[in-house]
Design a protein around this ligand. Structure first.
Ligand code: TRP
Length: 334
């Protein structure tokens, strides 16, 4: 380990991983594990805030874990754990709820958004208290840095406020974390609507390439990618504003072949060839990942073994932090 900055990133097990997740973020987790002390949680308790049916959450947790290992996260290098396997999260989460105010939680933009979207549905108190659990995730591991997109900055800010308040009330307990901008990954847009980011909530499934998609489906999605009607000699050029569809293909191709989009553009004059070659270049990266993923999904024993390595490492750190909190508050030892 060349540096001991502790970095924590977590992901909810709520649906299949797609090419945008992989090229935009996950791929950097894999390289990052060798340059910092990385902790990665699969935060199933967070997904519980909107879970209403039995039998799904565990499957999705297993699938995300298999995906983490399939892309190359190594349980002996970084710490990969399942949030609910480390019960300290729930307990510190409660203590965090008692350290944050109703007013502060009411100002969380993500809560307001999610509550609005669930207008006629059940809105759990957990959805409201969610940032307190996230604060526990971060503070349990003495994380120095939390790489997050803009939508999560406010949650890291509130975590800092909570940590500072707790330290002030009860004495030095938590490391104050910082939100950092993740290493820039590729910005992958929908293949059908290149104005919006690739997303599993895409109107059409054709715009979103899942890591586990059958290779034939991947090629088909690329062949059908939306471009434009430009037929000029330099139709294939990188210009995200004027040519969003073509630029998206160039960006994806560049990301999987380690080149710049402009260099890729120089090689093509026709959209058809660019689409097919990009699909194939993507498959060259996805094939081994999908194969390893399927292998792990067929071998739950091995998957459990890999997770136990991380769960144990996570618990060791988390339980030390929780004891520190107990003792600084002055709770009666069990
Ligand atoms: N709230 C984050 C999201 O929805 C997930 C998350 C939970 C998280 N705990 C975390 C992210 C701790 C970073 C650190 O994306």
């Amino acid at each position: 380990m060349s540096n001991t900055t502790r970095v924590l990133s977590c992901m909810q097990p709520s649906g299949d991983v797609h090419l945008g997740n992989y090229l935009g973020a996950l791929r950097n987790w894999v390289t990052g594990q060798y340059t910092c002390d990385a902790f990665h949680g699969i935060v199933d308790l967070h997904a519980l805030t909107v879970t209403e049916k039995p039998g799904i959450l565990g499957e999705q947790t297993m699938s995300l874990a298999a995906m983490f290992f399939a892309i190359g996260l190594d349980p002996d290098v970084s710490t990969i754990f399942v949030q609910s396997h480390v019960p300290e999260h729930s307990e510190l989460g409660w203590m965090m709820q008692c350290t944050v105010s109703y007013g502060e939680l009411s100002r969380m933009v993500q809560f307001k958004d999610k509550a609005t979207k669930r207008e006629n549905q059940f809105i759990s108190a957990g959805l409201f208290a969610y940032p307190a659990l996230q604060a526990a995730d971060i503070l349990l591991y003495d994380a120095n840095e939390v790489p997050v997109g803009d939508d999560q900055r406010q949650h890291v800010e509130i975590t800092r406020d909570i940590a500072i308040r707790f330290n002030h009330r009860f004495g030095e307990t938590f490391v104050i974390p910082e939100a950092v901008t993740p290493v820039a990954g590729a910005r992958v847009m929908s293949l059908q609507d290149p104005a919006s980011k690739m997303s599993k909530s895409d109107a059409s499934d054709a715009g979103c390439v899942y890591i586990t998609d059958d290779p034939k489906v991947v090629i088909k999605k690329f062949k059908r990618a939306v471009t434009d009607s430009d037929t000029g000699e330099d139709a294939v050029r990188y210009d995200p504003d004027k040519k969003p569809g073509v630029s998206n293909l160039l960006e994806i191709n560049a990301a999987v072949t380690d080149r710049s989009p402009e260099t890729v553009a120089d090689e093509y004059s026709q959209y058809g060839a660019l689409k097919v070659d990009t699909g194939e270049a993507v498959l060259a990266v996805l094939d081994p990942i999908r194969e390893r993923y399927e292998e792990l999904m067929r071998d739950p024993g091995e998957l459990t073994r890999l997770l136990r390595v991380g769960d144990a490492k996570a618990r060791e750190v988390a339980s030390a932090t929780l004891s520190r909190a107990h003792s600084n508050i002055g709770m009666l030892p069990a």
